[in-house]
Design a protein around this ligand. Structure first.
Ligand code: SF4
Length: 454
């Protein structure tokens, strides 16, 4: 059966891709660091962002009602979806009412989570993702591998091949400018033909009932302004109380995501355009359940910047697809076990627990601590694989008894000196396949300390 380790092993077979993936993503992390260090008040903005989100989560029912009442007063049609199925049915119902057979969609992790594309396509509706990275992976029939840079796992030569096949670009062409212009021309036709536009939502403002969509390509704006029907799909946790709080989050988001002071487009949608229709679909899909988990409710503060992925040494060297979940990386490894613990039991272990994710998170989510808590739950609920549970039980027994620990340390130091190399470095021991044990010390630290620090 495939798991994170086996999918990572497959990714690591391509050394060149692994190095290049690692370096590209580290470059984004470095850009983030440069911009963050430019603002002396960064830590106070982070704290403010975290506090605002805490307030939202503690008063979510009130803010949701305030938001929907304000939106309806603006002439927006508000829908509530308990889960992905209901979300997809609502969106389809709106499109069916207007006889829409082709739509454009800007980047939305929520619609990915709900598998909206597949649902609508099965109903005969053409869905075109208009974010360039999203369009690339849509043409390649793959899920995104990163929440901000969905096609970061692909090289420009592979995109050239893909565009040659689907868009008729020159064979062998891989110049990014040329390929981007080809995509622009292709998407322009789709924009003009679409009868409805769907966007995700970065922030919903409770006080005004407006939604804010942040992009770097302007594709969400193009879609919404051209199509008569606009639909904004929003998770319940996306709310912020007041418009004045936007300044906090737009500063946090752009810097953390791509190392920009602000995203190129920060668009505010409040009411339908003349003759048009505006819908907001507010989606739960497991979020209320997560809110009820005391140890994990914090994860709902996430503003989907991707910084925890960019800094994670595991993510950078395993690729987003190794997580087999819509949201990969450290935050995905907290969210996915809440959806299906058995299926995603390996993800909380896809971490060194170094804490770098928590350090960069703009809303101060204690990511690595939550990963550690999930590990305990996986173990307590009996989902740990034997290959982990048996050695861990043994380690627990040894580490909890001082005398036994001393004895085993001495025995191991002797055994490792005389044991044949094949005992540690063999095909059955994954640990030894890419590591070397350090030289075995002559004595334990305790013995050394007793001798030298009297
Ligand atoms: S958990 Fe924090 S760092 Fe990771 S995507 Fe969410 S907001 Fe960004």
């Amino acid at each position: 059966m495939q798991n994170h380790a086996s999918r990572t092993a497959a990714f690591l077979k391509d050394d060149a891709r692994t190095d290049w993936h690692n370096q590209s993503i580290w470059h984004v992390r470095s850009k983030r660091d440069n911009l963050v260090h430019d603002i002396p008040e960064w830590e106070s903005i982070r704290q403010l962002g975290s506090d605002i989100k805490d307030n939202v989560l503690s008063n979510l029912d009130t803010y949701l009602e305030q938001f929907s009442a304000a939106a309806e007063a603006n002439g927006v049609i508000v829908h509530w979806a308990a889960d992905a199925k209901e979300h997809n049915e609502i969106v389809h119902g709106i499109l069916a009412k207007h006889d829409v057979d082709r739509i454009v969609k800007s980047k939305s992790m929520l619609t990915e989570e709900c598998h909206l594309n597949q649902y609508l396509e099965a109903k005969g509706i053409e869905v075109v993702d208009t974010d360039l990275g999203e369009r690339i992976i849509q043409l390649k029939n793959e899920p995104p591998s990163h929440i901000v840079m969905p096609a970061i796992h692909l090289k420009k030569e592979e995109i050239g091949e893909l565009f040659h096949e689907h868009l008729g670009t020159d064979k062998g062409a891989s110049d990014p400018q040329y390929l981007t212009e080809a995509a622009r021309g292709h998407l322009r036709e789709k924009f003009l033909a679409a009868k409805a536009a769907i966007t995700g939502v970065n922030f919903g403002v409770a006080e005004t009932g407006g939604v804010v969509v942040c992009t770097n390509e302007g594709n969400a704006d193009m879609g919404v302004h051209l199509a008569p029907v606009q639909i904004h799909c929003m998770g319940i946790e996306k709310l912020i109380p007041r418009a004045e709080h936007l300044g906090v989050f737009t500063r946090l988001l752009g810097r953390s995501a791509t190392g920009q002071p602000i995203t190129i487009y920060t668009s505010h949608h409040h009411r339908p355009k003349p003759g048009g229709e505006m819908h907001i679909v507010i989606v739960d899909n497991g979020r209320t359940e997560q809110l009820g988990r005391e140890d994990f409710r914090n994860s709902l503060k996430c503003i989907r910047c991707g910084a925890c992925m960019n800094t994670c040494p595991i993510y950078r060297r395993s690729g987003g697809h190794s997580y087999d979940h819509t949201i990969p990386g450290p935050i995905g490894s907290i969210l996915s076990p809440g959806k299906d613990l058995k299926k995603h039991k390996d993800l909380p272990f896809a971490s060194t627990l170094c804490g770098s994710c928590s350090d960069v998170c703009p809303v101060k989510i204690d990511i690595h601590e939550q990963l550690y808590k999930w590990r305990q739950i996986v173990s307590e609920e009996g989902h740990l694989e034997k290959v982990k549970s048996i050695p861990l039980a043994g380690a627990g027994a040894v580490l909890s008894k001082g005398g036994l620990y001393n004895f085993m340390g001495k025995a191991a130091r002797t055994a490792l000196k005389i044991a044949p190399r094949a005992l540690v470095y063999n095909q059955f021991n994954a640990w030894g396949q890419s590591r070397e044990l350090p030289e075995v010390p002559k004595q334990s630290f305790k013995e050394w300390y007793a001798e030298n620090r009297k």
